[in-house]
Design a protein around this ligand. Sequence first.
Ligand code: NDP
Length: 243
Amino acid sequence: MEKPLIVITGASSGFGAEIAKLFNKENYPMLLLGRRVEKIKALPLNFDKVLVEAVDVTDKEQFETAVRKAEALYGKTDLLVNNAGVMLLGNVLIQDPAEWKQMMDTNVLGVLNGMQIVLPDMVARETGTVINMSSIAGRKTFGNHAAYVATKFGVHGLSETVREEVSAKNVRISLVAPGAAETELLTHVTDQNALDSYNAWKQTMGGKSMAPEAVAETVKFIYDMPQSVNIREIDIAATNQNA
Ligand code: NDP
């Protein structure tokens, strides 16, 4: 039987790229989204049933156009992984508000955009899954993370709310909350002090955090459960992460 469509945002690096590799091994048709499409196209994937589109998740129209294009090829979306996100560390007293806005727009509105694009069809068909990428910073505070923490607490809050709203329609809303992991996330931080302090904390883990593959396997595990079972949330971090 033909496998259903999986949509992954932020597939150009980090968790998103690893999630794409795992589903690709099992021949799922996929729509892979990111702004840097050349990075997605360079991933070691079999691209036979993979559509790659340049999408900024903060642009709902662009996001929706890409999803409808993929659905015309592969059928309705069965899984959306709302993974795209940015973490711009900084102290609220001095951080450029443009950085807060970028995080809010991407991490919160980007996730809401994705949900509004796929959920009406999922509810109508009474099947489907959305997995949102939150963070341990969506459960507890970290210094220099105030605006980021606000976005990830937001992801926790909106995910559980929508889960309650669509649960009766057999649609699963799930959430993964990772701890620190080896991705490109830190490369966008502009505040050197905040970055130094993060790296000093990382030294308590021997300078190396969790492998992104572990998060990808977690997403796959959640999806592979029967549709009648919803793993609502998984928190996953390196064993030696102390916070
Ligand atoms: P990366 O920086 O490696 O990946 C982030 C991805 O998001 C990239 O593919 C990037 O693609 C995409 N992205 C960013 N902004 C946009 C946008 N406006 N539109 C579309 N895509 C966008 O980091 P991670 O893999 O770590 O991050 C993935 C998720 O995991 C994020 O939500 C992050 O908050 C979360 N997370 C990460 C942790 C970590 O320590 N690594 C810990 C906990 C949670 P492109 O630039 O090509 O658009």
